[in-house]
Design a protein around this ligand. Structure first.
Ligand code: NOJ
Length: 770
């Protein structure tokens, strides 16, 4: 078989050199953020940066690379307790001495100005501080968690929420966000699925790029509404063995380059000028000590010119990993590998001067890291205006603005996935008698989702509030918690049964609390906790129709009466407008339009799982309950109960056959494919038509299905629409044995489908090269 390797994309940023402004303006879904303005902002200060580097002592250089928690504006959270470095007097002294380059997780225009003033007026070299923060799904206005938003399959929506978050963040005197997380997550036991875009590579790539563009904006990083995006955690953090948080990852070079690295590349191509190195070990080398990842690939292959920041003490953890002897050794290894900025550990400040003195770290490497950070500060406009125009009046005007709150509700309803709707139980009638039951019925503590530090608690909308606001007679709603999240509630079930007695329909708000996903929240069983399952059993025994509203930060394995309920809706954590957003969908003001970005398995024990697994030499027939000596489990086939891409509408959409102009694609040509979709239902349907392929024969075996494109179409009842796609050969390649992207001619399956386990199929042959 003839093969042809394809060179990686030649698009490189010329950020540091200031050359090639045109190369900065690549084509994309949105205008490129690393615009000519950014390059010009850098250019203006190039000489000043060199003069500063020449004037800095080694201690000041090490200090510039020292990133500490902001003790002035800190909000302690479970994830970020205030550590020992958090003494304001000590940190003020360090700023004066030039021993801090950045602070993180403090917000506020007024105090921000005061802290910046210390650097600008009381330090020797007057280098502005960089303020960073974990703005993951909104600063004050809280949007759906990233996994929920991924379900919207809508890059423009992701762009808009990131943009709104950036506007609030920049106004609060923060210059950098530690987002987006672009870790492709295929083990639902791992807690941080909730922070990413799910299991598929293409969706991760698209959302990584959209979110970076959203945070950084289109006008250049020095725009007052732009914040620096940080793609994290490089790399393969989500590949943790057994789904155990912080665990080792061990994978082929093809999986690393084909699955885990592409979203980082997409983020870099979209203009991200900061990368966070991961906690985990990748094939024996901790990511934060990996020269291969952080220098050879990131800079050598992709041309990244921003700076790399460690994750919270991840460079110090090289010692616990068994990779470095002590703190000094860890600083040496991480720094020489390519970690430019050290988060919280203080190891760079402590050891870089002596490492340079001994020659274990070169002065050139130190200067390079300082230059990268100063250049990014210049790009952000900090050398033009260290306060970036922030003032408390503007902060008050944009933070939690009406427009942002409305966007949160819009994003929320667009993220709700309908899994099951027997007998068209949904949408509910607004004048029905409803029993709203479950630990999340009236709860406001679990609407934001993990990674919310600065939300406004008073704006959180419970399901109860959202339902009452939507219903014709708010008194027709009865509410009972029935159970705690992980523990039973005394008399809870009895109360729930009483609430259900007079109702036409029971709506059960059950699932995970927001503390059950996120960092360090791995689970062994991805199920609805037992006390809630018992509540659902009791409700099912009433014989009333039941709608399940799942609250979740990961895919769940649904069981028993949860799985068997007439209607199942995935509501994730939708942010502050959760109650309203869910009511919009449940009562039919907005038809469900989202799709699963993660497969819901039959059983917990199927993890890790992703729809794009390989066929194996003994593929099992998914329709047979039992089949011996095939690639499956005793208890279930290796399929999903609800696969990636799955989601119903209130309409009923039928797919026609695949229409193809030819069953051959020329090597340098394209192939037009189409499918006609018809809404045979009585409600409007927003259908997401998905294009999957399977490379039948390849020099390395390929996934049974891979998403290559998707398009949304709105269909009125009875309406048909032909949805067209154009495929080209560049979409058909994979990482070959030599670790480069290659395309091979031959036979391909193709599906135009409503999800990863269905659709209309066809075949075509890629012919060539001549
Ligand atoms: C640790 C987390 O892994 C990372 O995502 C976060 O940005 C840092 N802590 C800072 O809070």
């Amino acid at each position: 078989m003839k093969t042809r390797p394809v060179k990686p994309s030649a698009s490189r940023r010329n950020f540091l050199s200031g050359l090639g402004l045109l190369a900065l303006m690549g084509a994309g879904v949105f205008p490129m953020p690393a615009t000519a303005e950014t390059a010009r902002a850098v250019q203006r200060h190039r000489q000043r940066i060199e003069d500063l580097i020449a004037a800095m002592t080694v201690e000041e250089k090490a200090g510039q690379l020292n990133l500490l928690a902001d003790p002035f504006r800190w909000m302690p959270t479970a994830v970020n307790p205030l550590d020992g470095t958090g003494d304001p007097a000590r940190v003020t002294a360090l700023i004066r001495e030039g021993k801090v380059g950045s602070l993180f997780n403090g917000i506020g225009a007024e105090t921000g100005r005061r802290i910046q003033q210390v650097a600008m007026e009381e330090s020797r070299l007057k280098i502005p501080l960089l303020f960073a923060a974990d703005v993951i799904h909104g600063l004050s206005t809280i949007f759906p968690v990233p996994l929920a938003e991924a379900a919207a399959f809508d890059t423009h929506l992701a762009y808009r929420t990131a943009r709104a978050a950036a506007v609030e963040t920049a106004a609060s005197a923060v210059h950098q966000t530690y987002a987006p997380m672009v870790d492709v997550a295929r083990d639902q036991r791992w807690g941080r699925n909730v922070e990413g875009a799910g299991e598929d590579v293409l969706l991760n790539n698209l959302l990584a790029a959209a979110r970076v563009r959203g945070f950084q904006g289109e006008k250049g990083l020095d725009d007052r509404d732009a914040v620096l995006a940080t793609a994290k955690h490089m790399a393969a953090y989500s590949g943790a063995i057994g789904g155990v948080e912080y665990n080792t990852t061990d994978m082929s070079e093809q999986t690393l380059r084909g699955v885990y690295l592409p979203p980082f590349k997409a983020a870099v191509d979209a203009g991200a000028l900061s990368i966070m190195s991961a906690f985990n070990d990748v094939n024996g080398v901790p990511a934060s000590g990996s020269r291969k990842l952080l220098t050879d690939i990131l800079r050598g292959e992709w041309g990244f010119e921003g700076f790399v920041v460690s994750d919270y003490t991840s460079e110090q953890e090289l010692v616990a990993h068994g990779f470095a002897e002590d703190g000094r050794d860890a600083a040496r290894l991480a720094f020489n590998a390519g970690v430019d900025v050290s988060m919280v550990s203080g190891l760079y400040l402590e050891h870089l001067p002596s490492l340079v003195a001994s020659g274990e770290v070169s002065m050139a490497r130190l200067d390079e890291a300082v230059r990268r950070l100063l250049t990014t500060k210049a790009a952000l406009g900090l050398f033009d205006d260290p306060y970036r125009g922030t003032d408390p009046v503007r902060e008050k005007a944009v933070v939690g603005s009406r427009e942002h709150i409305a966007l949160s509700r819009e994003a929320g309803r667009k993220s709700v996935v309908l899994l099951k709707n027997d007998n068209q139980l949904l949408p509910l009638n607004k004048s029905q008698k409803i029993a709203l039951v479950g630990p999340f019925a009236d709860d406001v503590d679990n609407v934001w989702g993990p990674w919310t530090i600065w939300g406004a608690p008073e704006r959180r909308v419970s399901l109860e509030a959202g339902f009452r606001a939507a219903m014709t007679d708010p008194q027709a709603l009865t509410v009972a918690r029935g159970s705690g999240v992980e523990t039973p509630l005394d008399g809870g079930i009895e109360e729930a049964v009483r609430a259900a007695a007079n109702a036409d329909v029971i709506v059960l708000a059950i699932g995970e609390s927001q503390k059950m996903s996120g960092e360090a929240q791995s689970r062994t069983e991805i199920v609805v906790p037992a006390p809630q399952q018992a509540l659902v059993d009791a409700m099912a025994a009433t014989g009333k129709p039941m709608v399940i509203l799942l609250r979740n930060g990961r895919a769940l394995a649904l069981e028993g009466n949860v799985k068997n309920a007439q209607a199942i809706v995935v509501t994730w954590f939708l942010g502050e407008q959760m109650g309203n957003a869910v009511a919009d969908v449940v009562f039919g003001d907005h038809g469900p339009s989202a799709r699963l970005p993660v497969s819901f398995p039959h059983k917990s024990g199927q993890q890790p799982y992703s729809y794009d697994h390989k066929n194996t030499g003994r593929p099992a027939n998914p329709d047979l309950p039992i089949e011996e000596y095939k690639a499956r489990y005793r208890e279930t086939t290796n399929t999903a109960l609800y696969p990636f891409g799955y989601g119903l509408t209130y309409g009923e959409v039928a797919y026609g056959p695949v229409e193809m102009e030819s069953n051959q694609m020329a090597w340098a040509g394209t192939l037009d494919v189409a499918v006609t979709v018809t809404n045979q239902g009585a409600h409007v349907a927003e259908e997401l038509v998905q294009l999957y392929i399977h490379d039948r024969v390849a020099s390395l075996t390929q996934p049974g299905r891979l998403l290559k494109d998707f398009k949304r179409v709105t269909l009125r009842p009875g309406q048909s629409e032909t949805v067209r796609f154009t495929l080209n050969a560049r979409q058909l390649g994979f990482i070959g044995e030599d670790n480069t992207y290659r395309i091979e001619p031959g036979l391909f399956d193709l599906w135009l489908a409503p999800h990863a386990q269905g659709g209309s199929a066809a075949q075509f042959r890629l012919v060539g090269p001549a």
